[in-house]
Design a protein around this ligand. Structure first.
Ligand code: ZN
Length: 262
């Protein structure tokens, strides 16, 4: 009995051993290539892509007005067309010189409401929002660049601790960064010598108040100033403006460690 049991046990053990061996070999040959491939190629490339996506800045450029809304009109010059031309030049510089994502709130002459523009930017969870305008004034000599940052009334600021739950107060969360962005644009604009005067203004702005990222609104110049109007019509001057604005965006992004600038 002991012998039989012992023999039978040995046979059973050998069979178990063979089954386990085949099973292990099976796992090795079937799973190893997949395992290596899964670990070494897809996951690494996935991580690489994910890091890039996380760190890659995304810029929203907003050419003001469009479609029925011409903006400021002086003779045959429409604000809506100049803002679009300049914004497309900034977009080209960003695409050619960086790996940043860049989106325009409108690509052509079309109507876009403020809500369309705000939703477009917030949906993309972008890094920055910049809206571009051209101004006019009854004084024909006035000419300056104006950079606007959104602020709220005192009553609204009292509620500002609720900004997380109120879209109308969401820009408050980004106030300091919007100020920094304005300051970088100002420095770049000053060093370009294209503007003799640049002012940063703070006021309640319907467009910016619900933007959930650092945001500025820029008046690039005055069509009511004859000299400025003639310059704004030329592609050379538009390119200079675009280049100065691009420099301001780039220096702001470069000052933040969390973003890749190449
Ligand atoms: Zn405008």
């Amino acid at each position: 009995m002991n012998k039989y049991y012992s023999n039978s046990s040995n046979k059973k053990n050998k069979n178990y051993f063979k089954i386990i061996l085949f099973f292990l070999l099976g796992i090795f040959f079937v799973c190893t290539p997949y395992h290596l491939a899964a670990e070494e190629i897809p996951s690494n490339s996935f991580l690489f892509t994910e890091n890039r996506q996380m760190k890659r800045p995304c810029i929203i450029l907003d050419p003001a007005h469009g479609g029925q809304d011409k903006g400021v009109v002086y003779e045959d010059i429409f604000e809506k067309n100049i803002t679009l031309d300049i914004v497309k030049r900034i977009e080209r510089l960003i695409v050619e010189r960086t790996t940043f994502g860049v989106f325009l709130t409108r690509e052509k002459d079309e109507d876009k409401s403020s809500l369309d523009r705000v939703t477009f930017a917030n949906d993309r969870k972008a890094t920055l929002f910049l809206s571009f305008h051209i101004n006019a004034h009854f004084s024909p000599n006035l000419n300056e660049m104006q950079i606007y940052i959104n602020t709220y009334s005192r009553e609204e600021l009292k509620k500002s601790h609720n900004f997380k739950s109120s879209w109308e107060l969401i820009q408050q969360k980004h106030f300091e960064q919007s100020k920094e962005l304005a300051s970088h644009i100002e420095k770049a604009a000053l060093s370009s010598s294209l503007w003799s005067l640049i002012t940063i203004k703070k006021m309640p702005l319907y467009l910016l108040r619900s933007i959930d990222m650092p945001a500025v609104l820029i008046e690039l110049g005055f069509l009511s100033n004859l000299k400025e109007k003639e310059k704004l019509k030329t592609t050379e001057y538009q390119q200079y403006l675009a280049s100065a604005l691009y420099d301001g965006i780039l220096t702001y992004i470069s000052s933040k460690n969390e973003y890749s600038t190449f």
